[in-house]
Write a protein that binds this ligand. Structure first.
Ligand code: NAD
Length: 549
């Protein structure tokens, strides 16, 4: 089957805008401009897929086209298994991906089921149909690097600093542009030349080389003028130790290969991409051994950089667990980016909120940019981000915008967007959603909930409550996944999408869902003992909290 192009414009292909949004965003996830490997339905993050197989995709599309305004479609790990009569207020789609009974939630068990066609890895936004391309992570990376500037360098930005990382994949590819927006020059090591070329085409990366000296000299030559980003063709397991050996000290060091996926996400040193693929097929155990050896080599170099004074951090790809499994006992002395830099935002209900123009018209996003800058001008950080995004980010697929927004701010933005649709200033309805990597929607002890103040890192009631609450509050579709970000056995998380179709009813849903969704993040952090969350509740919120009033 050929994957259909994402419909755009005002004409419906379904029986309502809520079904239409699901159809458009599912196909947008698989647009060749957006997805990593659409022929295999892979969207991003190792093997994060949008549908189980081609037959399932075909049946999802048919189901969405025939779905009535009072019916709900059930997706079980990428496969449409049932349509039930519910109510007009109910979600149009409910999704559960990759759930496994905890004792069985191991890589070996899960990926065997996956090979047998019984389940699907949905990552976070791949199987929940709200991936917006590399833009989806760029502000998170920008916020992380900006927090490093503040916390480690006591500055507003990273001007004059160099960031070394690896992986120019679907998420990792945001690093060079995010670094530039935060004022830093960057070198990102990538083993696959086609990924480097894709990033240059998408304007995420300035230039590339396969020579370490040359990479640093490009940065030295330009650092006085403006930050520059360089893709360095090579294997991080070779390049990091070599940079260390030459006594070159980047200011900030990380890694964003897809190390969470041992079998597909990290190419071992010494093998070409084809050799890696062939060994993986022939002898998976030998392949894994090589992956572990390489990750350990890279991790040792990262700790070497740390000892000499670089700021190092783990960027949410389970790199440390892999290094530890490979025998490197110091792996967890690499700090995780959430407790170090992002938790402050999560505490006040802030996280990667986003909106997508279902019309396909970029002017709709620019009109919303303009209105946010006008109506929320007192929020200087937000307005600065909107301008940076507008001037630097090339859209992939349906035009979209991401923006870290906190409790109260999301509702304000959502209502403002619905109002623009109502007045016809935006040409068609807009989908509102977010990453699962958010304040109240995820339990992931190696990432979003690492080192919680009260030790509640692995408590996974929160994402379940989040999904249930969003469903009853009026979200258009709701998803609960296992294993996204840090891999099988390591996380449970939830997502939602809500359509702003310009109606009064949509305004009410927006108020309910956006209050509930980030409100639960505030409660989760207040419950774990974070003072700023309790203070926020004390200042007045639109929910009641028996424990903190
Ligand atoms: P991806 O599979 O699209 O890309 C991984 C890239 O790493 C590929 O381009 C690959 O060629 C490259 N690579 C693999 N081994 C390498 C090596 N040894 N040296 C150099 N390059 C190598 O994955 P992605 O979507 O970019 O995601 C990367 C990781 O980030 C995943 O683990 C994902 O779960 C995680 N992630 C983090 C966040 C966050 O907010 N921090 C968000 C989403 C995803």
């Amino acid at each position: 089957m050929n994957i259909p192009k994402t419909p755009t414009g005002k004409k419906l292909n379904t029986k309502g805008w809520r079904q239409e949004a699901a159809l458009r965003l599912l196909l947008n996830n698989l647009d060749p401009e957006v997805a990593k490997d659409p022929a295999n339905l892979i969207v991003y993050g190792g093997k994060g897929k949008a549908a189980r197989n081609m037959e399932a995709l075909q049946k999802i599309i048919e189901s969405l086209k025939s779905l009535e305004n009072d019916e709900t479609l059930l997706i079980q790990s990428g496969k449409p298994v049932g349509i039930f009569k519910t109510t007009e207020e109910s979600p149009r789609v409910l999704i559960s991906n990759a759930q496994i009974v905890p004792r069985w939630a191991t890589d070996d068990y899960f990926w065997d089921l996956e090979r047998r066609g019984l389940t699907m890895f949905g990552q976070m936004t791949a199987g929940s149909w709200i991936y917006i391309g590399t833009q989806g992570i760029i502000q998170g990376t920008y916020e992380t690097l900006s927090a490093i500037a503040k916390k480690n360098f006591h500055s507003d930005d990273l001007r004059g600093k160099t960031y070394l990382s690896s992986g120019l994949g679907e998420m990792g590819g945001a690093q060079p542009l995010a670094a530039k927006m935060a004022g830093a020059s960057s070198i990102v090591v990538e083993v696959d030349r086609s990924k480097i070329e894709r990033r240059i085409r998408g304007r995420y990366l300035d230039t590339w080389t396969d020579d370490i000296e040359r990479a640093f000299s490009i940065i030295r030559e330009s650092s006085d003028k403006a930050p520059v980003s360089v893709g360095l063709l090579g294997n991080a397991a070779d390049v990091y130790p070599e940079i260390l050996k030459r006594n070159i000290l980047p200011d900030v060091v990380s890694d964003q290969t897809a190390a969470h996926d041992l079998d597909n996400g990290y190419i071992p040193s010494g093998l070409s991409l084809d050799e890696a693929a062939s060994l993986r097929e022939r002898d998976i155990n030998s392949y894994r051994k090589l992956v572990y050896n390489s990750i350990v080599k890279e991790a040792e170099a990262i700790i070497g950089f740390k000892r000499r004074g670089s700021v190092v951090f783990d960027y949410g790809n389970d790199f440390r667990t892999r290094a530890k499994e490979g025998g490197f006992s110091d792996a967890f002395t690499i700090p995780g980016y959430v407790p170090e830099y992002i938790r402050d935002l999560f505490e006040v209900g802030s996280g990667p909120f986003r909106w997508v123009a279902l019309s396909g018209n970029p002017d709709d996003i620019y009109r919303i940019d303009e209105e946010i800058s006008r109506q929320m001008s007192d929020n200087r950080h937000l307005v600065k981000w909107i301008n940076l995004a507008k001037n630097n980010i090339k859209f992939q697929g349906l035009p979209a915008r991401i923006c870290y927004a906190g409790y109260g701010e999301r509702e304000k933005i959502g209502l403002l967007i619905n109002d623009l649709v109502m007045k016809g200033e935006v040409s068609a309805p807009v989908a509102l959603g977010r990453d699962h990597h958010d304040t109240g929607s995820v339990a992931s002890p190696y990432r979003e909930t690492e080192s919680m103040k009260d030790g509640s890192d692995a408590i996974a009631d929160w994402p379940i409550l989040n999904a249930l609450l969003n469903a009853v509050s009026g979200a258009t579709w709701v998803s609960v996944h296992h294993g996204g970000g840090t891999g099988i056995g390591n996380s449970i998380h939830a997502g939602f999408v809500l359509v702003a179709d310009g109606t009064e009813e949509a305004s009410m849903r927006i108020s309910r869902v956006l209050n509930a969704d980030s409100g639960i993040g505030v409660i989760r952090h207040a419950d774990a003992g974070y003072e700023r969350s309790r203070e926020l509740i004390g200042r007045g919120v639109k929910f009641r909290t028996p424990y903190f009033e």
